[in-house]
Design a protein around this ligand. Sequence first.
Ligand code: CP
Length: 340
Amino acid sequence: MTQMQLQPIDHRLNTSLSQPQITADGGIRHFLGVEGLSKKQLQTIIKKAESFFDKNGNLTNAHDLEDCTVMNLFFENSTRTRTTFEVAEKRLGANVLNLDIARSSTKKGESLRDTLWNLEAMTADIFVIRHSASGSAHFMATEVTPNIAIINGGDGWHAHPTQAMLDMLTIHREASRPFEKLSVCIVGDIKHSRVARSDIHALKTLGVPDIRVVAPKTLLPKGIKRYGVNVYEDIDKAVMNCDVIIGLRIQNERIGSPLLASSSEYFKHYGITPERLALAKSDAIVMHPGPMNRGVEIASSVADGEQSVILKQVNNGIAVRMAVLSLAMDGQRAYKNLAK
Ligand code: CP
């Protein structure tokens, strides 16, 4: 085994992941992760996403992906990401194909590499990929299909960059202060959350000075402080005077395990309740990537309350995915022109 393989996964998958996604002039060619992207690049995505809203705040259509074929390859379950990608692709005029993984030849033992090469031969321009293996999107972009724009729809515990960018767009549109003046509190299973990792990278890059994470010790990754966050175990202290609260899903398989005693115990100590929301700033917003476990990580009255922007996140997800698809296609075209 090489020394590289012996390093912890988050060391191996850190900044090196971000390099293949950038063109020589700083454009986005693949979208694999937010770490390593500059503030300007994240702002470009936000600005592009905003361009897809009309003056009344409704989503518009565009022609950016006309004559392009996008294939959605979801090897893991999804409601929001898969569907909003499909809506975004159709709004941009793309030909869209959703591979039905359960009925595909991967179930007969075909390797991922062979599956992708066969799909590439069907003249795809963009693959949107969700896979349980951390680093899978990077592997596809560098080793398997480098001439197809790869968009990461979530890879293992590692990254969920379009979720991070829709979260940033939501904060930009809904929070009362600019990024440089915000306190953002992320509550829940930080250890296993690709959303938390990507959100932290994006918030730091956009200049948020106070990023707080709060969870039971068993759900905090070792070395979390090196991400430059403030770590809490007491949620009442963590949410005090903050501007944004982001709840994370507790994976049910962790309940009743050595990591978590019970869902009622978790809700008692870490649930986002009206009483806890009242400790934050009076104009604080509440976010959650979904799927939500009501009564475990968040009270229904908070999830459906006036300060919740959870469904706005879903709508913003369409605009962000339109932006990322469009920018990645531009970058891939520019890369191919240079290579000619
Ligand atoms: N937030 C998110 O990734 O949700 P899905 O798993 O439903 O796509």
